[in-house]
Design a protein around this ligand. Structure first.
Ligand code: F6R
Length: 360
């Protein structure tokens, strides 16, 4: 049941520290500080020449996150919408690894993409929450995110768990391909292990409800981010539109000036995700919106330069650039939740949507 919470979505947002602790359990070897993924011994991915992620919706945003992280680690990688895959897949061969990211393991579009890849000779791997799902049975290998059941139609804890698992998997792939431990792993691992505590701290002192109240009745809600902050901006907007039925869009920070700026008015708050990567540029992009009257909500740690310039602030704990977006995402989940609650929406079952989409 929902216990003390009004909605499953809120319960599941608050379950994220536990979900992440379960995802990480036993997967970082404390002896040597290496990643230990049960069915993937070191060397498993040594022969891979490129990685293609396929997924839909929120899982696609997690896949984009994983793909960008892999690219940063020097691995040829791309994330594709599963429903576009059959018409737009890059070349596939025996050395291609196709990773299907799907919470339910039952999304028809994603299964079709995975079957196509398999038929073309790729190795397939699924990152899923459901043991015994179709994806888990059909993929060559499965990696389980262990988030526990997610009842709310809007995916929350499974996004965070997928992104963390893809971070671990990406480090394993990069290590296998390059024959050495990725340079940033030493600083990343302790921060990964600290994620459950960082999230707990964030949840205990979030100002998301006040922000949702402050910007109630706006015309549109925009979300911007750069690098790994970009999929977070897309996800922030998807969650917002799904459960509030208000117009929301996510953009790469630098794209705002290439068109969307025409939509910006004092009635369109802009949520800007800062993750320690070219933050000065993102700040400039946000200020361009602010000049047109838009209130800017900076999602960043206390003491960040953006806090002085923004109209409002959602605080996240200090962490590695590779993980900051995941903390920011949780603040944005809460803003969506409280905004939908103010509008009295049926948060756990938004109109026209189903938890698992089993048709193409
Ligand atoms: C959004 C949402 C959907 C799913 C998408 C894929 O909150 O839940 O966008 O992420 O339908 O579902 P899975 O991950 O089960 O393949």
């Amino acid at each position: 049941g929902k216990g003390e919470y009004d909605h499953f979505m809120l319960k599941e947002i608050y379950e994220q520290p536990t979900a992440l602790a379960q995802a990480l359990e036993g997967r970082i070897d404390p002896e040597n500080g290496r990643i230990a993924l049960e069915n993937f011994e070191p060397g498993t991915f040594a022969d891979i020449d490129s990685v293609q992620f396929v997924a839909c919706g929120t899982s696609y945003h997690a896949a984009l996150y994983g793909s960008l992280a892999l690219k940063q680690a020097g691995v040829q990688s791309t994330a594709l919408l599963a429903n576009e895959y059959s018409v737009s897949a890059p070349p596939i061969d025996d050395d291609t690894l196709v990773i299907a990211v799907t919470q339910s393991g039952e999304t028809a579009d994603t299964l079709t993409a995975m079957r196509h890849a398999k038929a073309e000779g790729a190795s397939t791997l699924t990152v899923t929450n459901v043991v015994g799902s179709t994806a888990a049975r059909e993929a060559d290998e499965a990696l389980f995110i262990r988030a526990g059941p997610e009842i709310g139609v809007a995916a929350t804890k499974t996004f965070s768990s997928q992104a963390v698992m893809l971070t671990l998997l990406g480090q394993r792939i990069a290590a296998d391909l390059h024959g050495e431990v990725p340079a940033n792993l030493e600083s990343l691992l302790p921060e990964l292990e600290a994620m459950p505590d960082s999230l707990q701290a964030l949840l205990e002192q979030s100002d998301a409800k006040a922000i949702a109240e402050r910007y109630e009745n706006s015309q549109s809600y925009f979300f911007i981010g750069r690098g790994l902050g970009f999929p977070v901006a897309l996800e922030g907007a998807l969650k917002f539109k799904e459960i509030t039925y208000e117009h929301a869009e996510g953009f790469a920070s630098g794209e705002l000036k290439h068109g969307p700026l025409a939509l910006v008015t004092p009635d369109t708050p802009v949520f800007a995700v800062f993750n320690g990567v070219e933050d000065e540029k993102t700040l400039k992009n946000a200020e361009e919106a602010q000049t047109r009257g838009a209130p800017v909500v900076a999602v960043c740690p206390d003491g960040h330069r953006a806090v002085d310039i923004a109209d409002a602030h959602l605080a996240i704990p200090e962490t590695e650039p590779d993980l900051a977006g995941l903390l920011a995402n949780v603040q944005l989940q809460l803003v969506s939740y409280y905004a939908a609650d103010l509008l009295d929406r049926p948060i756990d079952k938004p109109r026209n949507l189903a938890k698992s989409v089993t048709v193409e």
